[in-house]
Design a protein around this ligand. Sequence first.
Ligand SMILES: [Fe+2]
Length: 307
Amino acid sequence: MFRYSKLGYVALNVSDAEHTAEFYREHVGLTRSGTGDDGEQFLRCSTDHHNIVLYKSDSPGVKRIGWEMENEDELDNAIAALSDAGLTLNQVPRDECKALHQGRSVRFTEPHSGATFELYSAINQLRGAPFVPTVAKIQRIGHIVVKTPNHEAAVDYYMNTLNFRMSDIISDKVAFLRCFPNPYHHTMGLGNGPRGMHHINFMVSEIDDIGKAIHRLKKAQVAIVHGPGRHPPSGSIFLYFLDPDGMTIEYSFGMEEFPEQKARKAEYLEARSDSFDYWGAVPDPRKSSYGSVEILGPLIEELEAAK
Ligand SMILES: [Fe+2]
């Protein structure tokens, strides 16, 4: 199999890239790192050139999920293993890699959620300009959660084909997956439902980041749609709020880490409200209700039919 390094970045489709970039800078606490030729907005919360890219679109949601591989050899291993599994991988044209400030990159359609996955091992490091936290001490882009039908088959696919490990699962509602051997409880979540975006997460460094955000976001009239609360599976303290298009963003503090060897087995939790939150916070119906997944390639139904 092949080895990931981390969730590198998420590209989002948004109705107004400039306006949303300003929201991410001012209210989420990311740093802007440039504008692309088509007006796409690059933002970061690390020395990576980007951890979020915003593209203008009429249908807001997830455009692409970028996974950093451990090194070039692991990128090759992934390409070989995924091609063997029947996926079509497309090299990102050299000009586009250059515009993205990334090394060699490949893309394929993850056939369950329909999300475009991009694999790369090198991204420009802005070492001369380290990320300086502003409104929140963001540690990293934490995870992305998408919804998919045929949940059980999708989870199997992530474990057997995409080389993820399951950390925990709440019945048939949501599976928390980590890109092996990245230690964090989940870098990806799969919710059960019609294909679409669920939320995107940023990990923060202190409980104060959550507390301060409640007051700061309220003052700025940003809709808080769930929390504060504490997720039993990962132990994270969370706060969910909406971006200008209505997509759900999460801050969370604290997360279990797994060793590469002899990790504990996944726990199965019942689909009860206290499996989602110890503290009893009631989600607003707008939470995770908006955002599509841009689907470019064949879905699992089509791949199976072609067999
Ligand atoms: Fe989350």
